[in-house]
Design a protein around this ligand. Structure first.
Ligand code: SF4
Ligand code: SF4
Length: 371
C-alpha cells in the first residue's frame, strides 16, 4: 500500500497545495471521483483553538484538499465535524471561526446541519448501531484529515481516533461512559472506523502535538504530511515516527489483531522516512508502554492489572480555572460541579476518560496518579 510522505517545514499555502496535488496524483485519487459526488472532508476540530496551538487540523491542509477537489470538478464538498461540546450552530460557528476553516470556503461548504442517523453495524460487532452525523451518512466519498497528536486516554491520535468526531456532540461522553475501559473504548473506535470507512486519510503532522494531547499538549514541529488509502497501517507507521511502540497503543494493537495493519505492505513514496527524531513526549497519563516489555500472550492481563494500579485522575489547578463549566458539560460520569467559579471533582465514579482535560480551554486540569 502506497504511503505518501512529504517533508513540509511550515504551513505555506502554495507548498501545501503542490504537495497535496502530488500526493493525490500518486494515489490516483482522480480515478475514484465523479462530478456529481458528495465529498466529505473530516478535519479534527476538537475545540475552538487557533491553528498554532496544534490541537486542530490546520486550515491550509483542509483548504488545499478542498481546492484540489474543486479543480477536479467536484462541486459538492462539505467540511463537517462534531467537536467536543454540544453539536449546535452557535458552537460550530465559533469552532469554524477560531480554527480558521473559512479559508476553505471558496472551495467547500461548512456544515451547518445538525441531524444524525442511526447506522446498523455488521454482524459480530459489539456495537449494534452508531449514531452518525448526517454529512457522514450522505457522503459518497470521505477524506479523513486528522491532526497527529499524543492523547491522554488512547496514547495516540491520528486517523482512527479522528473518526470519533462523527458521533454527534454530547453522545461522545456517553460512549466514554458506556466503554470506560481502554480495551472496550478502543474496540468501539475500531468498529466506528469500519463503519465510517474513509477512502483516504491525510495526516497533518507538519506541526503535531506532544505531551498532554489532544488539546493540552505542546506543538512539535515534525514537518510531515502523510497520505494513504490504508488508514490503519498509516496510523501504525505515524505512531512509530513519533517514537511510540504502535503495539502499546491499544487501538493499534487491536487493529493488528483484526488483520487491519500490514507494515510489510507499506510502500513509502515521496521524501525519505525521517531518522533520529526526538521521541514525542508522552501524556502525563501514559502508562501504556509497559505492556511492550512483557510477552505478547501476557500483554492483555498485565495491562489490565497495571492500569488498576496506575490509574490516573484529573486534578484541578485552581489558579488557572475560570469556572466556565466546559469540563462539567463533557464529563460522562457527571461528577464535576462548578462552585464559587471553580470546578470541583468527585473522585468516586471517575472513569479516567480525561474528557474534562480535553475540553478545558485554560489547561487547568492536570493528572494525578492513584498511587
Ligand atoms: S477546569 Fe477548565 S473547563 Fe473546568 S471550569 Fe475550570 S477552566 Fe472551565
Ligand atoms: S472527571 Fe474527567 S476524567 Fe473523570 S469521568 Fe469526568 S471527564 Fe472523565
Amino acid at each position: 500500500m502506497k504511503q505518501i510522505i512529504f517533508h513540509i517545514p511550515k504551513y505555506e499555502e502554495n507548498q501545501i497545495y503542490e504537495k497535496i496535488c502530488q500526493a493525490f496524483e500518486l494515489l490516483q485519487v482522480e480515478k475514484d471521483l465523479k462530478p456529481d459526488m458528495k465529498v466529505l472532508l473530516k478535519p479534527n476540530l476538537i475545540m475552538a483553538r487557533k491553528p498554532e496551538s496544534a490541537a486542530t487540523t490546520h486550515p491550509l491542509i483542509v483548504s488545499s484538499v478542498a481546492r484540489w477537489l474543486s479543480q477536479h470538478g467536484i462541486t459538492q464538498v462539505l467540511i463537517a465535524e462534531s467537536p467536543g461540546g454540544p453539536y449546535t450552530a452557535e458552537h460550530l460557528k465559533t469552532v469554524y471561526q477560531v480554527c480558521g476553516m473559512h479559508a476553505a470556503e471558496p472551495y467547500a461548504k461548512l456544515n451547518m446541519e445538525f441531524g444524525f442517523e442511526s447506522v446498523p453495524t455488521p454482524e459480530g460487532f459489539v456495537n449494534h448501531t452508531f449514531n452518525l452525523i448526517k454529512p457522514v451518512i450522505e457522503a459518497d466519498y470521505i477524506i479523513n484529515l486528522p491532526k497527529l497528536k499524543t492523547h491522554a486516554m488512547t496514547g495516540y491520535s491520528g486517523g482512527i481516533k479522528n473518526l470519533f468526531g462523527t458521533i454527534p456532540g454530547l453522545q461522545k461522553p456517553q460512549l466514554h461512559y458506556r466503554f470506560p475501559d481502554i480495551e472496550a473504548f478502543s474496540n468501539m473506535l475500531l468498529e466506528l472506523s469500519l463503519v465510517v470507512k474513509p477512502q483516504l486519510t491525510v495526516i497533518d503532522g507538519i506541526c503535531a502535538m506532544e505531551g498532554n494531547g489532544p488539546t493540552g499538549g505542546t506543538p512539535y514541529s515534525l514537518g510531515l504530511l502523510l497520505a494513504s488509502r490504508d488508514m490503519y497501517t498509516q496510523d501504525s507507521f505515524a505512531a512509530s515516527i513519533m517514537g511510540l511502540d504502535p503495539m502499546s497503543i491499544v487501538m493499534l494493537r487491536q487493529a493488528k489483531e483484526h488483520g487491519l495493519i500490514h507494515p510489510e505492505e507499506l510502500e513509502p513514496i515521496g521524501d525519505p522516512i525521517p531518522q533520529g527524531l526526538v521521541p514525542f513526549q508522552r501524556p502525563d497519563t501514559s502508562n501504556l508502554d509497559f505492556s511492550s516489555k512483557v510477552p505478547g500472550f501476557l500483554q492483555k492481563p498485565f495491562t489490565a492489572m497495571m492500569k488498576r494500579v496506575l490509574k490516573s485522575y484529573p486534578k484541578l489547578e485552581p489558579e488557572k480555572c475560570i469556572g466556565c463549566g466546559k469540563c462539567a458539560e463533557s464529563c460522562p460520569a457527571n461528577i464535576i460541579e462548578i462552585r464559587d467559579k471553580k470546578a470541583r471533582f468527585r473522585k468516586k465514579g471517575c472513569i479516567s476518560c480525561f474528557c474534562c482535560q480535553e475540553m478545558c480551554p485554560m489547561k487547568a486540569i492536570a493528572v494525578k496518579k492513584a498511587i
